[in-house]
Design a protein around this ligand. Sequence first.
Ligand code: SF4
Length: 401
Amino acid sequence: MQLVNGRYAVVDLASGDVSEEGLPEDYALSGPKVLDRIDDILRGRDDAIAIGSGVLTASFIPAACAGFLRRLGDSPSAERICPLTGNLGVEMKLSGFDFIVLENAAEEPGYLWVRDGIAEFVPSPGMSERDSWGRTDAVRSEQGDRRIQVISTGPWADEALPTSQLVMNYWGGEDKNGFAAEFGRRNLLAAAFRGMGELELDDPEGHFASSNELQKAHISLLGRSSGLAAFSDAASGDALVQLRHRDVACFGCPFPCRTFYKTAEDPKTMKLENKEPGYLAYDIPAMDRMTALGLSSRDLISVMTKCARHGAEPVSVVDSIASRGSGVDVATVESLLESRGPASAVGRTLPGAFSASFADPESFVHCLSLGLCPRYWARVGFDLGPLSVAVERALGAACQL
Ligand code: SF4
C-alpha cells in the first residue's frame, strides 16, 4: 500500500493482549474518511480511544507532521480529536501501524510502547511518582533511546482531572479537550513511539517535485518567519522577544510556530548549559491569556513550565485563580498545582488553539485527519486542488480529499 502501513493494533490495557488487524486495500484512498473508519472500529469496542496518523502524515507535503488522538462521544467531532505535532505523528506512523486502538483500563500504571511493528503495554507503577518530564525521561532511559517520541501525562491526569493536559515531549499546547484525563482513567502514564519504517510512494520524484511546488507557492502567503511571534501578538512583545533563543519546526514545516525561550541562561547563547534552560512555547491561548492577566514574560514561561510538568492545562489553571479574585502569579499557580485544584475546564474553543485555526471546525477535523498541521494550512489556505496533484503522485490514484 502507498503512504500507509495497512494495519493497526488493538491493545487491551486490562489484559495486556495485543492483536493486529489488516486494513482494506483502498484505505489510503479514503483520505480524510479514514477518521470515519477509525470511529467505526472504536464503536465496536468498549470505551476505546485511538492514537492515529493521517494518510499524508510523513509525506513530503509541507507540514505533513500531524497525527491525532480520537475518542467517541456526544460532543462535536472537533472536540473529540486532539492534534499530535512535532515528530509524534510521523514517528507513530513509521512505527508500523496506521493507528493504535486502546481499550479498557490497566490494573496498574504503565505506558504504551510502540516500535518497529510491535505494540505493548509496559507496567511501570514507580513512574507514577514522577511528573510529566520525569515520565518522558524514564521511558527514554528504560528503552535506551533519546529520540523516542513520548506523549506523557502528569500528576493531574492521574486523578483524571478534566483540566489536565497531555504533554508532548515536555511541551504542551495541543490538548485542550481533556484527553489527558482519558489516559489517567486508563492508568496510562504515557504513550511512546519509535519507528524506522519506510513508506512506499507510487512516484517518489513526482510527489517530491509537486510537494516542492506547493511549498514555493506558500512562501508569499506565509509572510516573514519569526517563530511564535508570527502567530501570536503576545509573543511579539519586546520582553518575550528578548528571551527568544531559537525557533523549532515540526517535521516538514517550513514556517515554525514554536519558539524556545531561555530563562535560566543567556538566550543569545546557542549552547544549552543548564539542564532546564527554558521552555518550547506554541500554546497561543495560554500565552495570550497570561499576557492579558499581566504576567511578566519570565513568569509566563515559568507558569507554562510548571503546568506542563504537572500535566495541567494552563488556561484553566490561571482562569480558575483569576475567577476567585486572587492575583495570578507563580506562587498562586504553584499552590493550585500542588493542591490539584480546584480548577474548572475552560469548556470552549480558545482563540489561537489548534482547533480554532479555521473559522469552521469541520475544516480543522478535515485537515488534521489528513495528517496536515491545521495551524500551517489555515495560514496558507487549505486549497485541495493543488494538494491533490502531490497526493495523486504519492498514491498512484485519485484520492477523495
Ligand atoms: S505551524 Fe507550528 S505546529 Fe504546525 S507544523 Fe509548523 S511548527 Fe508545527
